[in-house]
Structure formats: structure tokens, C-alpha cells
Design a protein around this ligand. Structure first.
Ligand code: SF4
Length: 466
């Protein structure tokens, strides 16, 4: 029996998310104003879930009789073998930790998306780097194999063959989750019912490590049953990139939850065109309380350039309206800085986001992630040499119409326009039914005109010709 240390390090500087965020590259939100500092601190208290692959690796090593220690901080931990979850935004920290562990005599390996697509970043700081999904290699390590160099870890096709993640081996204070519809923290755990995505969006890092596979309905429901046995009123964060791809499977999962009377809530990420009223109602009856989905840009021409299939806006509006009626929180993702975009076009995206009126909106700056087709396309334009700046909030390439500073200003404007609307306050207070009231629409329009954030030439031109 060996002592196996799994290092899922808390990121340094800002709010760092790893594991399944940005396909495993992670994101770092740096607070640079009072409001962003408040948002950062609130997020770190209320939105804490452990890393899914750490849960899986803990289960694999524990099943083989090894002692598993999960660590999140820089304190020295003793063991025989350490596996470090990598991110792009905090890779220096992870390398430092690995080098120190190695100096104490441990064998050290790296895993995760950056280890897979940029193994050279980690070679020399540990004994081996796993490329691919880590479970297949973890099974070999658990059986006693010694590894060195770059070690391919092929994707496991039969996901039902994996043990359920062992959250009891992960420190409990990482399990926080709160929704604005509920007061207090709920225990939240992540879950993968499928992996990867069969779509072809060129900027997306979720689909580049392995092909799409899904677990059986029985296996998914059995894991939920196990979670309910361990934790009261658990909230399950389904981290599949495209949960509702197979409609019948989702209906069957919802039916399975209801049939077993499981008392849990869950959330998922998906594409809006893979949702319809019957499916949403069925999942809601089973405990669905949050849906996140990509909009990216409202412009079909921009989406076509990045091979993203367009979703009719009318359909999105109908689904979002239904979610408001059922009390399901919606989060829409937007990307700023597609090559064709000007600042004026970006402002239209922000206007669209306000008008679409989801509960939350998440704006990021286009980031070319290694391994994506977009990275190949933009490589000649990439000027940023510090990988930690590929954090989702920084412009890293020479954009034809944007400078890094202007991109950051547009990003700030997106958040303050979306969250600073008077109607958003009504939404927050549970009075969304008034959000299309003419008086509130006038108040929103007034607020839009009132906040003039920075010089925007197209606005001055419009004023001059009015
Ligand atoms: S649909 Fe979503 S997860 Fe799938 S490739 Fe496109 S952006 Fe990625």
C-alpha cells in the first residue's frame, strides 16, 4: 500500500477555477475594483466545488487499497506518489509544488488538460506527465506501475466501469454552493454523466482531449442515489459540456430520479436547441434548478466563422421564459473579441444579452486555447508569451479592431450594463414578471444611456447625426 497525494491546489492571485472550467485550462478572475473584489470574495465563499477528476482518482487509488490524501494548499504533505492537477492559469504554482514534493522524495506526475496539450510546460518539474483523461493511467499506477516521461492515458470508453468519485476523501470545506433563490450553503458535488462534445466549435477546449462518450442512465442514477445516501439535500453540478444532447437519456435520468424519490437538486450545461418544454418540465420535476448555455454571439455570421451552429433567438427566448416561470436559474455565456467583431458589434452583443434577460450572464474574452482549431488559426497573431494570461479575461492576440485595454473596458462595460439594469434588481427580488413592464423598460433604456463608460466614437457619431 502506498500513500497517494492528489494535489488540487487553490490558485494564487484572484479567483482561479480549474478542472472542467475552459475545458480544463481554467480561468482566473482578478479583482481590480471594489465591485469585482466583492464578486470575487462572494464567489470564493459560495461557489466552491471540488475537482471531478480528483474525485475519480481518489476512488481508483482507494479501491486498490492505497491511502489517499487530497491537498489544496502549499503545506508539505508526505507520501509515496503525488499527482498534480494542472491548469494553464496557475501552472507555475503547480510546478513549484511538484518540484518541492519531488525534493522530499516523492514521485510526482501531472495530469489535466494543460499537461495533455502542453506537456513541455511540466516536464522537468516532476517524474512524468499524463496526457489524455487520467483514469486509465491511474489504474496502472494503482496496480504498481512506475512511470516516467510523457505517458499517454487513453480515454476509457466504458465510463460505467469507473468507480464513483470519492468525495469523502476530499476536504469538506470545498463543497459550497448557493443560489440566489435559496438562502444558505448547500453541499454541492460535481458529476460527469458524459464527457467531451460532438459539436465542432473551433474555439472550444471541451472537445479536444477525447471523443464524446456517455454513461448509462442506471449508472448515473445509482451515483445520485449514493450521493443522497451520503449527504442531505445535495446539489449536483452536472459538468458535461452538453448534457441534453440525448433527449431520451435525459428524460430517463429525470424519470429515474423521480422513481427513486431522490431529494436532490441539480444543474447542467447544454445548448438551447437541445431543450424543449417537455424536457425542461421533466427535468425540473426531478430537481433541475439551474441551466447554463452558450450564446457566444447573437450574430449568425460570426458564429458560422467558428463553426458554431446558430440557435434561433426566438427559441432561446421561449426556453428562458419557461425557466423564469418554473424558477430555474439561467446563465448565458458570451464571448467578446471574435475576429470579425468591432467595438460597436460587441456593444450590440451586450444589448442582446440584456434583452435576452437571463438570470446571469458570463462574458469572456476570446482566448485561443492550445489544441483547438482556433489556436492554429490565431497562432500568428498571438503576442502573449505568458500562458497564465490565457485566463479568459485578457486579450492575448493582435485583434484587428481591439486593443487589450479596450477589450478589458468592453468586458467591464458588459458586466456593469448587464448587472446594473433596474430590471435586474427586480429579477433578483423575484419580480421578473415586471421585467417587460413599459416603465421598467424605460428605466433600463435610461440606465443604458446614462452610464457612459468611456469614449465610444460610434455613439458620438450617432448623437451628431441625430
Ligand atoms: S457546443 Fe459547447 S461544448 Fe460543444 S463544442 Fe460547442 S462550445 Fe464546446
Amino acid at each position: 500500500m502506498a500513500i497517494v497525494v492528489l494535489a488540487d491546489l487553490r490558485g494564487r492571485g484572484g479567483m482561479v477555477n480549474k478542472d472542467t472550467v475552459a475545458g480544463g485550462y481554467g480561468s482566473r478572475f482578478r479583482a481590480d475594483s471594489v465591485w469585482t473584489r466583492i464578486a470575487k470574495n462572494a464567489r470564493s465563499v459560495f461557489l466552491n466545488v471540488p475537482s471531478i477528476h480528483v474525485g475519480y482518482l481518489a476512488a481508483i487509488f482507494a479501491r486498490e487499497g492505497h491511502e489517499v490524501v487530497v491537498t489544496h494548499d502549499d503545506r508539505a504533505v508526505e507520501g509515496d506518489l503525488a499527482l498534480v492537477l494542472t491548469s494553464l492559469v496557475d501552472y507555475r504554482h503547480e510546478r513549484e509544488w511538484a518540484a518541492a514534493a519531488r525534493a522530499r522524495g516523492m514521485r510526482v506526475g501531472f495530469f489535466g488538460t494543460p499537461a495533455t496539450h502542453l506537456p513541455e510546460l511540466f516536464e522537468g518539474f516532476g517524474d512524468f506527465v499524463l496526457t489524455g483523461e487520467p483514469e486509465a493511467a491511474a489504474l496502472r499506477l494503482a496496480a504498481g506501475e512506475e512511470m516516467s516521461g510523457v505517458v499517454p492515458s487513453p480515454a476509457i470508453n466504458d465510463l460505467d466501469s469507473l468507480p464513483f468519485p470519492r468525495w469523502d476523501l476530499v476536504k469538506m470545506r470545498r463543497f459550497g454552493h448557493a443560489s440566489h433563490r435559496r438562502v444558505g450553503l448547500t453541499r454541492a458535488v460535481p458529476m460527469l454523466t458524459s464527457r467531451s462534445c460532438p459539436e465542432h466549435c473551433t474555439y472550444c477546449p471541451h472537445r479536444i482531449t477525447a471523443s464524446f462518450r456517455s454513461r448509462s442512465v442506471a449508472n448515473v442514477v445509482a451515483e445520485m442515489e449514493e450521493l443522497q445516501r451520503l449527504y442531505k439535500n445535495v446539489h449536483v453540478k452536472i459538468r458535461d459540456p452538453l448534457f441534453t444532447l440525448d433527449r431520451e437519456r435525459c428524460l430517463a435520468i429525470a424519470e429515474g430520479i423521480r422513481a427513486r424519490g431522490l431529494k436532490l437538486s441539480f444543474e447542467c450545461e447544454t445548448r438551447m436547441d437541445d431543450l424543449d418544454e417537455e424536457l425542461i418540465r421533466s427535468m425540473h420535476a426531478a430537481g433541475l434548478r439551474e441551466i447554463a448555455f452558450g450564446v457566444e454571439s447573437p450574430d449568425p455570421a460570426v458564429l458560422k466563422k467558428v463553426a458554431r451552429r446558430y440557435i434561433p433567438h426566438e427559441h432561446m427566448r421561449r426556453m428562458i421564459d419557461l425557466c423564469w416561470r418554473l424558477g430555474i436559474v439561467t446563465t448565458a455565456f458570451y464571448i467578446i473579441g471574435f475576429l470579425q467583431e468591432t467595438e460597436e458589434v460587441i456593444e450590440e452583443t451586450i444589448r442582446f444579452a440584456c434583452n435576452l434577460d437571463t438570470t446571469h450572464a458570463n462574458f469572456k474574452i476570446l482566448t485561443p486555447y492550445p489544441g483547438t482549431p482556433q489556436f492554429k488559426q490565431l497562432k500568428p497573431l498571438v503576442f502573449e508569451t505568458d500562458w497564465e494570461k490565457f485566463d479568459g479575461y485578457t486579450l492575448t492576440f493582435n485583434h484587428p479592431n481591439l486593443t487589450p485595454r479596450r477589450a478589458r473596458l468592453m468586458l467591464g462595460m458588459a458586466y456593469s450594463r448587464f448587472y446594473g439594469r433596474p430590471s435586474r434588481l427586480f429579477n433578483f427580488l423575484g419580480m421578473h414578471r415586471y421585467s417587460r413592464h413599459p416603465l421598467l423598460e424605460r428605466a433600463d433604456a435610461w440606465a443604458w444611456r446614462k452610464y457612459d463608460y468611456f469614449d465610444r466614437p460610434w455613439v458620438s457619431e450617432r448623437k451628431a447625426t441625430a
